[in-house]
Design a protein around this ligand. Sequence first.
Ligand SMILES: *[C@@H]1O[C@H](CO)[C@@H](O)[C@H](O)[C@H]1NC(C)=O
Ligand SMILES: *[C@@H]1O[C@H](CO)[C@@H](O)[C@H](O)[C@H]1NC(C)=O
Ligand SMILES: *[C@@H]1O[C@H](CO)[C@@H](O)[C@H](O)[C@H]1NC(C)=O
Ligand SMILES: *[C@@H]1O[C@H](CO)[C@@H](O)[C@H](O)[C@H]1NC(C)=O
Ligand SMILES: *[C@@H]1O[C@H](CO)[C@@H](O)[C@H](O)[C@H]1NC(C)=O
Ligand SMILES: *[C@@H]1O[C@H](CO)[C@@H](O)[C@H](O)[C@H]1NC(C)=O
Ligand SMILES: *[C@@H]1O[C@H](CO)[C@@H](O)[C@H](O)[C@H]1NC(C)=O
Length: 279
Amino acid sequence: MWKFKIFQLKLLESKNFWRLRFMIGITIFLLIMSYISYLIFQIVTDKPMIQLTHEYLDKLSIPDLEICCSESDIQITKCVFTLDNGTSTTSTTFDNCTNFIQRSRVENNIYCYLFENNYTSTYFFGNPDINLTGPWVRNIDFYFKIDNITTMTSKFLSVGDISVQLMDPNFGLLWKGKAASTADLYENQKFKLQMNAFAGIQNMSTMVYFTKQTIQTILPNDISAIFGTTPNYHSISYLNTISRYFPMHSNENVSAGNFHGHFNIAPGSFIHDIQTEKL
Ligand SMILES: *[C@@H]1O[C@H](CO)[C@@H](O)[C@H](O)[C@H]1NC(C)=O
Ligand SMILES: *[C@@H]1O[C@H](CO)[C@@H](O)[C@H](O)[C@H]1NC(C)=O
Ligand SMILES: *[C@@H]1O[C@H](CO)[C@@H](O)[C@H](O)[C@H]1NC(C)=O
Ligand SMILES: *[C@@H]1O[C@H](CO)[C@@H](O)[C@H](O)[C@H]1NC(C)=O
Ligand SMILES: *[C@@H]1O[C@H](CO)[C@@H](O)[C@H](O)[C@H]1NC(C)=O
Ligand SMILES: *[C@@H]1O[C@H](CO)[C@@H](O)[C@H](O)[C@H]1NC(C)=O
Ligand SMILES: *[C@@H]1O[C@H](CO)[C@@H](O)[C@H](O)[C@H]1NC(C)=O
């Protein structure tokens, strides 16, 4: 009997203690959960750090080009690939740039063509400092002709000109209207507003050098990023250009109206800048 009473008391005590422990446990659990939620919130709304790395490439893809003219249609009368095999150069001419050029759009009296290299994978820009098995492309010359230069110049103060934009082949054709990240939005806007465009000008020769840059962003709500493992990077590559203009000398082919102007595309560097967001 006495033994039993003691036992009851003990049971009662330990139950109270157990309740207390339970309450403390729940409280601590809730505190930890709210702290974790706070941390997750901080991670999700955090501004990521940027890491810049460089990669030395042995070759670069031939860019896609969009070539446009206002008020008049145009012709790319020829494109000339200068090929190098390490010891000497040769050139291959494509009249009308056939196989590379197709109409991309005509809107608001703007006539556009797309130059794409997906017809052949044998052409790429080669790094001259690396012994590549060639031949590889050193530069590409484009000759353009404006069909109705009278109409065109009657609408503008400038002499006849066209505008050209370079895109990394993985950027895809034109503005797709959907942007997964701020980097996409930035690239799309740059393309739409022609920030990176250069001009082909009547009786002028344009030299264009490009470099490649890639931005790897963490998309919002990336689960891997929240838990601190490697995020599923969303990457977008684009080309930065520098252009220089030189007057052409009087030329029988210009006088004959075979073309109005010319531009030349070549890599400016084989160093690929990669910008990666870090948590
Ligand atoms: C490069 O091309 C030239 C002319 O076609 C040829 O004589 C030379 O052997 C080639 N060099 C190599 C390394 O293929
Ligand atoms: C190039 O285009 C012009 C005009 O469209 C055409 O007259 C000419 O025959 C074409 N040349 C070749 C080699 O396709
Ligand atoms: C090149 O790629 C574009 C876009 O992917 C496609 O529309 C076009 O038909 C392709 N051209 C060839 C010759 O495969
Ligand atoms: C490229 O190859 C040539 C001949 O094969 C050699 O003389 C030269 O040193 C090589 N250059 C490099 C950077 O490997
Ligand atoms: C240019 O366009 C105008 C009207 O816009 C037309 O009268 C003229 O004949 C055209 N010239 C050529 C060479 O096509
Ligand atoms: C372009 O050059 C040709 C001769 O090379 C000349 O006849 C023509 O007037 C020039 N046009 C302009 C706009 O400078
Ligand atoms: C004019 O074009 C012809 C044929 O493409 C070429 O043989 C000639 O060298 C060119 N003349 C000039 C001054 O570029």
